[in-house]
Design a protein around this ligand. Structure first.
Ligand code: PLP
Length: 402
């Protein structure tokens, strides 16, 4: 029924797109300007410069009018040649989709990971990467691709360990990292961690609507780009980087999203990137406290790599997680993330990213707790209380007073 309008606010608690702050919505509504005029150049230079601080890089960051998937493709077609072997690690659904893309582009992905579903419950095992690269004496593997925050599971991966694994065997493969759901939510350092291409998107930590994809590019990636021969046109870094020198694009850029990006950069600078990370960490902790108090397993089995962005909530055997999500949506106007791929129906995902705070988290947890009971799932209905207690008791540790 298209006329049905549920009362109150919609709680968009999926792990991206995240709720867009009013300030950004207003920026999106500014009049579109001439993308070849002087005013635009100033905006272009500002966002192209400002975004580097978020990636923690001094290298160029290309901004595409695309979703994150486009930025995945851009990383591959700009640096590789048909038939190249790429080593990709299975952390979950998004790692799997990136692997399928590599196949469709004529690359030869080798997909490694723990056995079966275990890989969907742990982060990247860097020693497996080292082992595979050590055996590659001929250096056939041209790139290693990993997802920093696997959005389908709520598991992060240790990128420093992956870099160390590559260096430990003196392998020349490039390192590509997907930060689509971690950028501006979890600590990430393109330069310091020695990443060659960082892929990202606008609709998660940056709080923008979908529609911007990013590639942060190291000198080594640029050197590979000069020789790479996979077909590319729209994604080609060369004409974009040339036009970007003066703040422009070789085609019509998404002007209004760039207004919002400029505003988001201001908001993040105002809060301080480290404070943004601490806020996510704290909300993630409180969410996990609730899930454990309910009596459910967290999808991530390794506490060292719990995601600060989202929590995967595993339903007991025989409970359809999609049914639970549906009940919660219908009763409370609250959207949660579905289990994807191998996790379909087994779990749901609570997003706690972007423009979120204690009260948005508590709304989500309360909605879950009530919905679980309505759906008839055996649950210890003390999760929301436990999360509040945790928020209170952990406040000083985060430099807050509650
Ligand atoms: N990679 C990760 C880790 C993601 O979370 C997503 C989307 O949720 C993607 C890739 C695909 O990005 P998009 O849906 O913006 O194309």
């Amino acid at each position: 029924n298209l006329n049905f309008h549920p009362s109150g606010q919609h709680f968009l608690q999926i792990p991206g797109p995240s709720p867009v702050p009013d300030r950004l919505l207003r920026a999106l509504s500014y009049p579109t300007i001439d993308h070849r005029g002087p005013e635009f150049g100033a905006l272009g230079r500002q966002v192209l410069g400002g975004i580097k601080a978020i990636f923690k890089t001094n290298s160029p960051v290309v901004i595409y009018g695309s979703s994150g998937t486009g930025a995945w493709e851009a990383a591959l077609v700009n640096t590789l040649n048909a038939g190249d072997t790429v080593l990709m690690y299975e952390t979950g659904h998004f790692a799997t989709l990136w692997k399928e893309m590599a196949e469709s582009l004529g690359l030869k992905p080798e997909f490694i990971g723990l056995s079966s579903y275990e890989s969907w419950r742990h982060g990247v095992q860097a020693e497996m990467i080292a082992e595979r690269l050590r055996a590659d004496k001929a250096h056939d593997i041209k790139a290693v691709c990993v997802v920093h925050n696997e959005t389908s599971t709520g598991v992060t991966s240790d990128i420093v360990a992956v870099r160390r694994a590559i260096d430990s065997v003196n392998h020349p493969a490039l390192l590509f990292v997907d930060t689509i759901s971690s950028l501006a939510s979890a600590d990430y350092r393109h330069d310091e961690w020695g990443v060659d291409v960082t892929v990202s998107g606008s609709q998660k930590g940056l709080m923008l609507p979908p529609g911007i994809g990013f590639n942060a590019i190291s000198d080594r990636a640029l050197a590979a780009h000069k020789k790479a021969t996979l077909p590319r046109s729209y994604w080609d870094w060369t004409p974009i980087l040339k036009a970007n020198e003066t703040g422009y694009w070789p085609y019509t850029p998404n002007t209004n999203l760039l207004y919002a990006l400029s505003e988001a950069l201001d908001m993040i600078a105002g809060e301080g990137l480290d404070n943004v990370f601490a806020r996510h960490k704290r909300l993630g902790e409180a969410c996990r406290v609730a899930v454990q108090a309910w009596g459910f397993e967290i999808q991530c089995l390794d506490p060292k790599v719990y995601s600060p962005v989202l929590t995967g909530v595993v339903m007991p055997e025989g409970v359809d997680a999609d049914h639970v999500r549906k009940v919660i949506y219908q009763k409370f106007n609250l959207s949660l993330g579905a289990g994807l791929g191998k996790a379909k129906g087994k779990m749901f995902r609570i997003g706690h990213l972007g423009n979120c705070n204690e009260l948005t988290l508590m709304a989500a947890l309360s909605g879950c707790e009530m919905g679980l009971r309505i759906a008839g799932v055996p649950v210890n209905a003390k999760g929301a209380r436990a999360a509040m207690d945790h928020l209170e008791s952990s406040a000083s540790q985060f430099g807050l007073s509650l």
